[in-house]
Design a protein around this ligand. Sequence first.
Ligand code: OGA
Ligand code: MN
Length: 215
Amino acid sequence: MLLEKSAFEEANVDPIEQLIDDIANKGFGVIQNFLSFTETLALKNIANNAYENEVMRPAGIGKNDNYRVAERIRGDYIKWIDKNSAFPETLNFLERIDNLKTKLKRGLYLGIQDIECHFAIYPSGSFYKKHLDQHQHTKTRVLTFVCYLNESWLPDYGGAFRAYHEIGNEELYTDIFPECGKLVCFRSDLIEHEVMPVFTERYSITGWMLDSLIL
Ligand code: OGA
Ligand code: MN
């Protein structure tokens, strides 16, 4: 007998359980409405104020001595989040992420200790070429999460998050648009990805769940 999930059961799948399954099976997954519209806009405003006050800095690549700004690779502006000076809306976001961390850690049997994250703005015309997030560093990036802060998004704006996956010898990809309150989460060591060229400003919080210090 063919067992199919009824629409009712489908609708009742816990989005975090679904995310755990998707990360386990294909290395990445999405939660459509991780943040509400109101929460998203509050965070977008915080990012926008930082951008207008020139507190956001061009992002770079590499770590420590290798760190440099490389506009031909990535063109976003970032501001790291420091919980000691964060606004209540940002603290609320961090609490949500902490909750998610606890569930992902249990569901995926991963060693995760810490979180680091930053606001990001991609100005019109910018992109981030195909890359992997895990690199040699004092802390190991285990999972990446990106939460999108754009109130509305049209396909014409470009700016998809493109996740690459291999099936057999074929390289396939999935495009995910940076829509309001959506969260993508993926294995930092496995999933190559890029941000397609964007034709309007694109807002997000990007962060990593980190394993313990490597001594
Ligand atoms: C990154 C990154 C993806 C995105 O910041 O490392 O790949 O969709 N971001 O913003
Ligand atoms: Mn990345």
